[in-house]
Design a protein around this ligand. Sequence first.
Ligand SMILES: Cc1cc2nc3c(=O)[nH]c(=O)nc-3n(C[C@H](O)[C@H](O)[C@H](O)COP(=O)(O)O)c2cc1C
Length: 182
Amino acid sequence: MKPLNILAISGSLRKISYNTAAIEALSRLAPEDVTVKVYKGLGDLPLFNPDLESELPVAVRELKSALAQSQGLIIASPEYAHGVSGVMKNALDWLVSGEEFVYLPVMLINTSPRASHAQAALREVVTTMSGRIIENACVSVPLLSSNLDVEGVMQSPDIAGLLQLRLQQFVAGIEALGGADD
Ligand SMILES: Cc1cc2nc3c(=O)[nH]c(=O)nc-3n(C[C@H](O)[C@H](O)[C@H](O)COP(=O)(O)O)c2cc1C
């Protein structure tokens, strides 16, 4: 198998975020030949403005470049007032009119099983942007109110095991789509 790069974006800017904990755990759980890179620039992205697309801001160029070097994307977003977090949607809006997202395999993580609206909205947005959701990699992990940080997630056999299994399924899905050959 060729090495795979996967970018992971948490839609939360909170320091102690369940969504960030989940993707940081995935970066630790990844097999040797898979790199899950946690994107840290969400809070640096300017508000989306199509007028700026002719001369992209540096932070946007960095996001697009990180995505262009990735064969898959993991998204974990909180739900705010039944919607995707604004910062997550802002990042996706910047990616609408580029090549990077088209046909990209996507894994969705939901850290609050009661938050069904944001997940449904994310599915709609990702599909509209021609991302390919790998269904058997998508996962709901009950982190809300658990007080678990990344260390706690890693020490929880059930949660770490589930995340690892879904990552394996994501990698298999990417390979099945030929993503590792890129
Ligand atoms: C302003 C606000 C609105 C929220 N709205 C919802 C909601 O509509 N549905 C829901 O399930 N959770 C809602 N939540 C709970 C968050 O989704 C939850 O705290 C989540 O863990 C935040 O993600 P994070 O831990 O990664 O920061 C809301 C939280 C805040 C602060």
